[in-house]
Ligand binder design. Sequence first.
Ligand code: PMP
Length: 406
Amino acid sequence: SSSVFNVTVAPPDALFGVLAAYKADPSSQKVDVSVGAYRDNSGKPWVLPVVKKVDAILKDDPTLDHEYLPITGLPEFTAQSARLVLGATADAIKNNLVASVQTISGTGANHLGALFLSRHPPTTSAGPTTVYISSPTWPNHKQIFTNVGIAVREYPYFDPKTLGLDINGFLGTLESAEPGSIILLHACAHNPTGVDPTQDQWKQIADVMIRKNLFPFFDCAYQGFASGDLDRDAWAVRYFLSKGVELLVCQSFAKNFGLYGERAGALHVISATKEISIAVKSQLAVLQRSEISNPPAYGARIVAKVLNDPALFEEWTNDLKRMSGRIQEMRKALYDKLVELGTPGTWNHIIDQIGMFSFTGLTPAQVGKITKEYHVYLTSNGRISMAGLNTNNIDYFAKAVDSVVR
Ligand code: PMP
């Protein structure tokens, strides 16, 4: 039979394919370190206590209904979200230079930011603009920019020899990029490597980017979740901001609020003048209208409640410390076990890296082996989600790693 659709089967999403294989594995010892979602010490999803509390408050709030939010989202959510990432005392906020729009979590913020730049490329760019993404990066970055017709190139980022940052390669590519190019930067807790620039390195990066008129596109998916300190994790964004450059920030509340499925996020575009900022916001609203009309209410209500209430905010920071603290303990425990086992290689990178993920250095062949022989599930690039480890499986996991690298 014939079809009007000229399509072939697309390859399954690499990450969600691994998760499906994990779920189908009947072994009682299986370990999932693939997907980047927080798990508690018993391997279960964790609803933040502060979110549970706000859930109950919202349930009993007689003023709430299911009407549409404004096109650009819940104002008390977007305003506080901007203060959270840019800093409550930021000049850009005081001077009305920030255009904020609520988005479908961080993915939607990346998409809306990319779409906006495809329609309104930086005027410093001579021809069609290009985006530079880190090698490697969150795989969706490439798809998101390709979908809106922006050409994608890479800058060196991870050095497999040192398992750290290739700062010279990174700076060299920035030096040679066309003015007006977009540079995608992970604000903190780089996914997938867990390798972040130091503050000194960020200053070098900013220097080159400002000198070369490169546009900073910050993706901030882990604020507070990385170090446990909201200000420290926003340092790079605020440093660029302090230099007075125009930039944009994509913000996700999936990880730091555990609101993965509620799709709470925001896009903040910082412009040079108040007049431009008003125009930017109006254009973002036009784009948003044709794509989703109005963003989802529930997650934004939870986040807004917490960010606008000092007592709830304080509770949230404790929840953040609990998540980031447990992950840091797992890094230390894994490092200690591998050293104790005398596992070949150096393992400092496990404790030097930050955030949800660690790039272990396991080769695709070793990943194949650890999955087949030990029922340990991770992507073939050797990335592990630290949140998948806990006091019950860490010995088993370390022994499995030890065995496949020998
Ligand atoms: N950017 C990066 C770098 C990420 O790691 C993620 C989450 N995997 C996101 C954006 C967006 O996730 P979400 O749409 O769930 O907020």
